[in-house]
Design a protein around this ligand. Structure first.
Ligand code: HEM
Length: 495
């Protein structure tokens, strides 16, 4: 009997040693090589070889409490705001406080984009996540103003409004729909219009579906084997590129026969672009910019619009107040005016609070990636050159000091409240601030204006579980019916 106990003891001892060795591998590989600098790293733990901390990240984000990922770091290592981890294949520092996030986002001397190579493979090496600072500045200038400027927004307003009205009409007749899926199609149609003037219904539907698959791969483990999300996403990217290549080729042919004159879309702007050295964009570069913009420009707005609608529906007091504001806007409209104006959208103060609160609670981009260009001191800790930095927006938006009772959806918290710099980052910050922020808010406002005045949402499964990856959404994609409400007097005036 005695030797059996000894054997079990030896086995247990051996397992403990193996565990210790495995848990130390990342530390030896990434921390020891830093020499004395390693003592200035923030606290944390680099997890297991290869998978690092991905297992705990995925476990938390596949549970009903994604906050458990960062709260376990706080629990284990204290409220330091910076933690060393190993995620998405790289030694990284997670930055969770507003001040540290702002410092990272605004310091281009010390930080550059640091998206994992797996993400760059999906979004494209010629997109904004893969190009040099110089090319980024040039392409951003070229593409941002036509998306977001006052002139651009006034130009797109009518197109957006016409499509919102038509969409709601159609959905009300369709019976049960996946509300999120339909909203994604709607926001995709809008961004396609801005970039490509439009495309056939079939091409649009096919492209949008590929984007859904692509996005599942962006936050997954980069395992390029059949059956894994990343493998499917790479295949989806291939199909997207093929469709966009056809569109680019067709446009080049058309421009040869019929050069564009007054009305140019973003595709024309990209084809005409020339930098100061006379460099023009290749098909491959144009396609990567398109892949990125078409994705960034519809997924986020579609999800946010759905959540804002759901929150309104679930908070009747908020719904009532928001609806009253929209009725007031229509009542004050000069006779003969058809449709919304930008001025009216800017008067929607309460609705703007509803949207900001939705952006905060949902935090569509839970994190963005940077890389330290040199050793940098942030809040007393060293971020070593070459390490990735995960700017963790979710913790900033759930900080109970800035946002008491942070999980509560409460638009009234925005009454007379302007968060300090860095405390509200739904669109990021610094030189990479989202160029579509005003367009997104415009789309959401127009949608909610018409929804509040004329419709309601009846969810099939109000208690549907919520998925947090790749983006926060109800598991059933918000299955339900859009119902017309009895036409209000205001509506008669509107017509
Ligand atoms: C609610 C809607 C949206 C949210 C929450 C959102 C969020 C963000 C965030 C957080 C970033 C920063 C990425 C970083 O720092 O690395 C970003 C960048 C970007 N967004 Fe948006 N976005 C939205 C809508 C849009 C729209 C409508 C467009 C297209 C017109 C767009 C195009 C882009 C592009 C191209 C970038 C990269 C900018 C750069 O690297 O210079 N986004 N977005």
């Amino acid at each position: 009997m005695g030797w059996e106990f000894m054997l079990v003891g030896c086995l247990l001892g051996f397992l403990v040693i193996v565990k210790w060795v495995l848990r130390s591998v990342n530390c030896w590989c990434y921390e020891r090589v830093l020499g004395d600098k390693r003592y200035d790293l923030p606290p944390g733990d680099l997890g297991w070889p290869f998978i690092g901390n991905m297992w705990s990240f995925l476990r938390a984000f596949k549970s009903s409490n994604p906050e458990s990922f960062t709260s376990s770091l706080v629990h284990r290592f204290g409220q330091t705001g910076l933690y060393k981890v190993h995620m998405f294949g790289n030694p990284s520092i997670i930055v969770t406080t507003a001040d540290a996030c702002r410092k990272v986002l605004t310091d281009d001397e010390c930080f550059k984009p640091g998206w994992p190579s797996a993400t760059i493979n999906l979004i494209g090496k010629n997109s904004f996540v893969g190009i040099s600072d110089e090319d980024h500045k040039w392409l951003r200038k070229l593409t941002a103003a036509p998306v977001n400027g006052h002139e651009a927004l006034s130009m797109y307003l009518k197109y957006i409004e016409d499509n919102v009205i038509a969409g709601l009409e159609k959905w009300a007749d369709m019976g049960e729909i996946e509300f999120l899926t339909e909203l994604r199609k709607l926001t995709f149609r809008i961004i396609m219009y801005i970039f490509l003037s439009s495309e056939s219904e079939q091409v649009m539907e096919a492209l949008e579906r590929e984007y859904t698959t692509l996005n599942y791969g962006v936050r997954a483990m980069a395992i390029n084997l059949p059956g894994f999300a990343y493998y499917n996403a790479l295949k989806a990217r291939k199909r997207l590129v093929a469709v966009l290549q056809d569109i680019v080729t067709e446009r080049r042919e058309r421009r040869k026969k019929d050069p564009p004159t007054a009305k140019k879309d973003m595709m024309d702007a990209l084809m005409d672009a020339k930098d100061e050295n006379g460099k023009i964009l290749t098909d491959e570069e144009i396609i990567d910019v398109l892949v990125m913009y078409l994705n960034a420009g519809h997924e986020s707005s579609g999800h946010t619009t759905m959540w804002a609608t759901l929150f309104l529906q679930k908070h009747p007091d908020v719904f009532k107040k928001a609806k009253a504001e929209q009725e007031e806007i229509v009542r004050n409209r000069p006779p003969g005016q058809k449709g919304l104006t930008l001025k009216e959208v800017r008067q929607m103060e309460y609705l703007s609070n509803v949207i900001d609160e939705t952006l905060r609670v949902i935090t569509f981009s839970l994190t963005v990636f940077r890389e330290a260009k040199k050793d940098v001191n942030v809040c007393g800790y060293t971020i070593p050159k070459g390490w990735k930095v995960l700017v963790w927006f979710r913790t900033v938006h759930y900080d109970p000091i800035t946002y008491p009772d942070p999980k509560k959806f409460d638009p009234s918290r925005w009454d007379g409240f302007t968060p300090k710099a860095g405390h509200f980052l739904p669109f990021g910050g610094g030189s990479r601030l989202c160029p579509g922020n005003d367009l997104a808010k415009l789309e959401i406002s127009i949608f909610l204006h018409h929804f509040l005045l004329n419709y309601e949402l009846e969810q099939r499964n109000p208690a549907s579980p919520v998925m947090y990856l790749p983006h926060t959404r109800p598991k059933d994609n918000c299955l339900g019916k859009i119902r017309r409400v009895s036409q209000h007097n205001v509506q008669k005036e509107e017509n």
